[in-house]
Design a protein around this ligand. Structure first.
Ligand code: AKB
Length: 342
């Protein structure tokens, strides 16, 4: 029987910050037909880059079953998630979206693999939020954390991401291990623990690393900005183009070169004060004040000041193109000036 289903790459959370940039990059590669899934309609420009678009929920099992019958999926970028601050307001809903949503997509991957007989690559954005460093002293002493240090998250989002890393490893290696026939592992699970991401084209919603991108977008819009963390706050960050590059490089890496299912990546770790200085350098009229929100501060203080990305560099050649200076001079400032006409 000829399989009439269309071969596609599925992107969930397609309308989000990473989804938006990823779809544009995948479309440029032109060898991928994109099936985009998001709760909300995509902007026209992004929508045009997709072969098919679906407005729906990763919790809608009916919808996901339909995908199995209509599409042949070999790669999934499962980006749909509620971020850390947003999740703290509705922890149980966050668990549903972040964990049950991921489980539903892993099951979809198994189904697809059973149909077409090949592994389904499952790209999963995890986060530095899986870490939980108990004190500022320990944070300063710990330096760059490796993948297996201090994984005691303090947020629902962090717990979700860490559990989903384990779920992915289970589906990739141990799924239904007691079945008599034994299930051929149909899921090729690959996760990246992203630091805070900074985009020139989108502003984040619901995260706790949002202070950095919010600061520069506010300055360009000539709006005063009250930063919700202290000036000495330090966590790792990366420019959005490098984050999308990382997802594509990990997707393309041969399976045999991957010694892990989960990888740290990073580019730089400026303090919030360092970031403000660079923003003021580009927008001298910027009005930036530091008014820490004690509870959000506590979340960021539990995240590492830096992470060790040696594994990603070794296994799939991860190498960010944008250091902090270049992020500002060549990526953020020119594009943000154009976006706001300043
Ligand atoms: C958040 O702040 O929740 C995210 C993250 C660090 O994963 N940007």
């Amino acid at each position: 029987m000829v399989d009439a289903r269309k071969q596609v790459v599925l992107v969930t959370g397609a309308g989000g910050e990473v989804g938006n940039g990823l779809i544009h990059r995948l479309a440029r590669a032109s060898s991928y037909d994109i099936l985009a899934l998001d709760l909300k309609p995509l902007d026209d420009d992004t929508a045009q880059k997709c072969q098919a678009r679906l407005n729906g929920d990763v919790l809608d099992k009916r919808l996901l079953e339909r995908l199995v019958s209509e599409y042949e999926i070999h790669t999934i970028f499962h980006l749909a998630a509620l971020l850390s601050t947003r999740s703290e307001f509705t922890p149980e809903t966050a668990h549903e979206v972040n964990v049950t949503g991921t489980l539903n997509l892993l099951k979809l991957a198994v189904e697809q693999s059973r149909w077409h007989g090949r592994r389904v690559k499952f790209l999963f954005p995890s986060s530095i939020a899986v870490y939980g460093v108990p004190s500022l002293e320990e944070k300063a002493a710990a330096g760059a954390l490796g993948e297996h240090e201090h994984t005691l998250p303090t947020t629902m989002y962090g717990c979700n991401k860490l559990y989903c890393e384990h779920l992915g490893r289970y589906y990739a290696r141990h799924y239904r291990q007691l079945a008599v026939e034994g299930e051929k592992n149909g899921v090729d699970f690959r996760a990246i623990r992203f630091p805070g991401l900074i985009s020139a084209f989108t502003v984040p919603h619901g995260g706790t690393s949002d202070y950095a991108p919010e600061m520069i977008h506010a300055a360009a819009k000539r709006e005063p900005y009250a930063c919700f963390v202290r000036a000495d706050t330090r966590i790792p960050f990366m420019a959005m183009p490098d984050a999308i590059d990382a997802l594509l490089s990990l997707m393309e890496a041969p399976l045999e070169s991957l010694g892990s299912h989960v990888y740290n990546v990073t580019a730089y770790s400026p303090s919030a004060g360092d970031f403000a200085e660079l923003v003021r350098g580009a927008f001298p009229a910027a009005d930036i004040r530091f008014e820490p929100d004690v509870r959000r501060q506590a979340i960021v203080d539990s995240w590492p000041a830096a992470v060790d990305d040696a594994l990603a560099r070794r296994d799939w050649g991860f190498a960010p193109k944008y250091d902090l200076r270049r992020t500002f001079d060549e990526y953020l400032v020119p594009n943000i000036r154009q976006r706001y006409g300043v």
